[in-house]
Design a protein around this ligand. Structure first.
Ligand code: PRX
Length: 647
């Protein structure tokens, strides 16, 4: 089947920062001479003390280590704020759009943001927060969330943002894991007109976190929330009492910047740790080149700051580059399915970066919601978080972008800090569904299951052959787990966990996770996490969770549940378990299907054969493979006969 190819539009080829020839030349240099390449790119940052060493990295067990720009010092908040004050102090840094369009937007200049960050940084210091200490942020999409991040960076504290849709249990686990004694939150969040009880969630979580002695509470909706004497403080009044100047701390390049928890194939979520210098260079460089960004352009990344995309492409990347970054509190379909495009018109957004799951949901609502808006300001579109199916790509391109905006489909991960495989709008002809070509300094390779290197057009396991500056440096508190998770499957390579195809033009096509991680609406989840939530319920003896194809979410959650002997499973229990998982993890983990199973397909040694469960989840019974090694092959027939149809 011939694939559609969209050549680079002529005006992009002429005017973009990077055209095809330049991409080739820069890419080849970045691989052949990483030291020289990054020594130059490193100059995009204001260093306090310039670095002399560029790259000290090895993925091999004997001398394993990742360190970039090691002897340089810098402050990332100064790179996002102070450096812009002289020239663009009165330019808008953050354009904030509230959940409810009837409420006013906020326009915050670089100068105002600088002052807010300084005051908040002083407040953190006044609460005793020291360099290297962890600050947990559990806030909705409000400018104060960016203020809090930058204030941590200013004083050298490590922020750990927990997505405001996570449950009290999930929040507690993350607070405990990084030993945080301070939590930043708001009275409530607002999403799609619905209130989210953030402060109440914190209160609940803190029952299990005796180490927390400070909670700074932003009044956002104005709901009266109980305040614990001595522990809870009101954000606005505490900040007002602080001086408006706070000198930035001089941080070493490898000092930690943030922790962000993400799901893996085993056990509890791991704290991905990013450090300062390399991340700064990477986030700034990728933001500039991928979006062909020039100061003054209005740029909107619709991700939540609870995910890495919000870190790198709502806050750090754009602000380092002096951008006007749009921050949106709401959801794509509230008050109706025009909302994204109304905000585009309102702020005259030129660059829009969103997730396929939202596009698929909007596509289903029909073209009228799009067509009744202008969108003339748009010149570039982006996609992130999951594979974008060609239908959604075409709709995005034809209907949203009216055929004139290139789409940058950016493949990357929490671990990679920024875009790794992506088109550049002035350099790369587009193939719908392909993340296309590697970013500078990224050497993707495809391996077979035994670690053999595959050449040419082929399918394989996606690994990266060498380090790049934005790479995570460790799993918080568990360096051994870092090595084991990413560098032990294929010795000497960073293993992404993704499967991938490379075509005859050298384009990469991500085919999805090949480990026990699923991607639900672009949210990454470990099947093991959902299983342990299920088995924590008194009625459940055993659970196995797999992904299933889902039209809007990309993947849905399919749970096989075996109940304890005395339990008679029924519809009421099914509903209860759905609520239970929402309560244990959060609404993003809501199971789409729960199938009660008297038994799960296991080998004689007791290992669950997930391959078979995945097939049943996919409603594809044609190719179950060899079931003869099962202890009891009849359980498979039972599962097939009783497969419920998703609602
Ligand atoms: O499977 C890939 C998928 O999302 C995973 C990373 O998830 P997370 O760490 O939450 O980061 C998401 C935002 C960067 C990857 O292993 N993924 C991400 N972007 C794409 C993608 N799959 C296909 N195409 C993409 N553009």
């Amino acid at each position: 089947m011939a694939e559609a190819i969209y050549p680079v539009p002529a005006e992009w080829a002429q005017n973009a920062l990077i055209d095809e020839a330049r991409y080739q030349q820069m890419y080849e240099r970045s691989i052949a001479d990483p030291d020289g390449f990054w020594r130059e790119e490193g100059q995009r940052i204001d260093w306090i003390k310039p670095f002399s060493v560029v790259k000290q990295t090895s993925f091999h067990e004997a001398d394993f280590g990742i360190s970039w720009f090691t002897d340089g010092t810098l402050n990332l908040s100064a790179n996002c704020l102070d450096r812009h004050l002289a020239e663009r102090g009165d330019a808008i840094a953050i354009l904030w759009e509230p959940d409810d369009p009837k409420n006013p937007e906020r326009r915050i200049t670089y100068r105002e943001l600088h002052e807010a960050v300084c005051r908040f940084a002083n407040l953190l210091k006044a609460r005793g927060v020291k360099r290297g200490e962890r600050v947990t942020i559990y806030l909705p999409m409000v400018p104060e969330a960016a203020v809090a991040m930058l204030a941590c960076a200013r004083i050298g504290a490590i922020h750990s943002i927990v997505f405001a849709g996570f449950s009290p249990d999930a929040l507690a686990g993350r607070i405990q894991d990084c030993d945080s004694r301070i939590v930043l939150t708001s009275d409530e969040g607002l999403r799609g007109g619905k209130k989210v009880p953030l402060k109440a969630n914190v209160d609940e979580a803190l029952k299990a976190c005796p180490g927390v002695d400070s909670v700074i509470v932003l009044s956002h909706t104005g709901a009266g929330v109980p305040m614990a004497e001595g522990r809870d403080i009101d954000w606005a009044s505490a900040v007002a009492a602080q001086p408006a100047d706070c000198p930035p701390e001089e941080m070493r390049a490898e000092d930690p910047l943030f922790i962000l928890y993400t799901s893996g194939s085993t056990g509890k979520p791991k704290g991905v740790l990013h450090t300062t210098g390399g991340y700064a260079v990477w986030a700034s460089m990728t933001h500039e080149y991928v979006f062909d960004y020039r100061p003054g352009q209005i740029y909107w990344c619709a991700a939540d700051i609870g995910w890495v995309t919000g870190h790198s492409y709502v806050v750090y990347g754009p602000l380092m580059n002096g951008a006007t970054t749009v921050m949106f509190e709401g959801v794509p379909n509230f008050p109706d399915a025009s909302r994204f495009w109304q905000v585009v018109d309102k702020f005259q957004v030129e660059i829009f970066y969103g997730a396929p799951t939202a596009l698929r949901a909007l596509m289903r609502e029909g073209d009228d919601f799009v067509k009744k808006t202008s969108r003339k300001s748009l010149r570039l579109l982006g996609s992130v978080g999951e594979p974008i199916n060609p239908e959604a790509w075409s709709w995005y391109h034809e209907v949203v972008g009216e055929g004139r905006c290139p789409i940058v489909d950016t493949w990357w991960q929490t671990e990679t800090g920024g875009a790794m495989i992506t088109p550049l709008p002035g350099a790369t002809a587009l193939k719908p569904g392909s993340a296309s070509k590697p970013m500078f300094g990224v050497k993707p390779m495809l391996l077979d299951n035994e670690g053999g290197v595959l050449e040419g057009a082929t399918d394989g396991c996606l690994v990266i052959a060498d380090s790049w500056p934005g790479q995570m440096r460790t799993v918080w508190g568990d360096h051994e787990r870092f090595f084991q998770t990413y560098f032990s499957t294929f010795a000497g390579y960073y293993f992404t966990g993704d499967g991938c195809r490379r075509d005859e033009d050298g384009y990469y096509w991500i085919t999805g996770r090949i480990d026990d991680v699923i991607n639900v609406s672009g949210h990454r989840m470990g099947t093991a996490e959902i299983e342990s939530a299920l088995v924590a319920h008194h009625a459940v003896a055993e659970a196995a969770v797999v992904g299933m194809p889902h039209e809007i979410k990309g993947q849905g959650i399919y749970a096989f549940v075996t109940c304890n002997a005395e339990i008679e499973p029924d519809e009421a229990l099914r509903k209860e378990l759905v609520q239970w998982v929402r309560h244990e993890i959060g609404p993003i983990a809501t199971p789409d299907v729960i199938q009660f199973a008297p038994g799960l397909p296991k080998t004689r040694s007791g290992k669950i054969m997930r391959r078979i469960l995945r097939k049943i989840g996919e409603n594809d019974f044609s190719n179950l493979g060899d079931t003869s090694t099962l202890a009891d092959p009849s359980v498979v027939d039972n599962l097939i006969a009783n497969r419920p149809q998703p609602a």
